[in-house]
Design a protein around this ligand. Sequence first.
Ligand code: GAP
Length: 432
Amino acid sequence: MEKIVSLCKRRGFIFPGSEIYGGMANSWDYGPLGVELKNNIKQAWWKKFVQERGDMVGLDATLVMNPKVWEASGHLKNFTDPLVECKKCHNRFRADHIEGKTCPDCGGELTTAKQFNLMFKTFIGPAEESANVAYFRPETAQAMFVDFRQVLETSRKRIPFGIAQIGKAFRNEITPGNFIFRTREFEQMEIEYFIKENDWEKSFEYWLGEMYDWMNFLGLKKDHLHDMEVPEKERAHYSKRTIDIEYDFLFGKDELYGLAYRTNFDLKNHSTSSGVDLVYTDPESGEKYIPHVIEPTFGVDRSVLAVLTEAYCEEEAPTTKEGETEIRVVLKIPKHIAPIKVAILPLSKKEELSNVAKEIYKEVSRNFFAEYDETQSIGKRYRRQDEIGTPYCVTIDFDSLEDKKVTVRDRDTMEQERIEISELINYLKNKF
Ligand code: GAP
């Protein structure tokens, strides 16, 4: 884990937030490569779950909603974790995250657990009065229920159909930690899939399969994934069945994603609370009912962490000296989500080479996110590209000027192929 955190910082994937002010505990910023990786994951998710399906539409709602939303959803009352405090060192813990009855830090006596609401409170407007209290959303899900009527009317979808959203969520976690695994500000990719009550078991199984398809796409090995049936007393207040999909993170097995059957709890409560009828009328049979919901939910930051964990490799590789080897660090990120797809590396800075290399870079950039690098030895440049997970390096050497060919090196196999410059784009397209 330390090696991954260090690589992320060193190469500009993820670094501590507000660092010049001494940082801020458990806040992490995505740097130039991290934002590419995260965006690629989000875009691929949107393509798979929204754009490639006829039964899904997207939404991008506000983070701060009318506070009545959180009353109706049950979050104001139920979105809590049990908190205990050490009477000696005053450190606070989630009661369900510690073993035994004493403080894990100093052995001191702990208070009895009290429920702590995780929602971030804020005030709207200049006066900090209780009438102006609002909350940052603790899940993206609620907007999909609150906007259900408008989405239904404008998209003219019929049940079964889903609404998907990607966005930030905020939780005042008692014990954030493990790098980007548990933070107070994070991103979710969520689907609320509206169904008829009788179809819930079939739909639940279907979405579990879709989630595994997605995890396979991210390169996560099946052996590292585990379904955990959440027992009734541990389920969220709205859920009749939940499976947590756990991943073997380097600090232990823990929740990556979740799949829940939310019944019609949310739509029913919003209908009662707002006074707006959220009943669905089947256009063919005329049957009227409040739709039930299957919710597959995916943490973006946990996706990034799982992808990095799965991709990190240390391998023995030959150096430029005959018979010598060294350890190479390589991020074997699936090619389609790698931050940089192609690196263009002229063997020397000489103008005659760099002119050709820059032309190639211009052409490649129109098709793939590419990087141009002419500093340091070619060995060091390959190592850097391996460490940031670039699938293909294209080197331009003096022979290229004569034979109009370049060398393409594959990140994973380190095999090199000589390719006609005029064929390079097609060659790369085929590879991706
Ligand atoms: N709408 C349902 C819901 O929010 P959840 O299990 O509380 O369910 C969904 O959260 C996903 O969001 C989790 O599976 C996880 O991937 C991610 N997540 C939850 N809390 C998080 C935190 N504090 N930091 C990072 N990711 C978190």
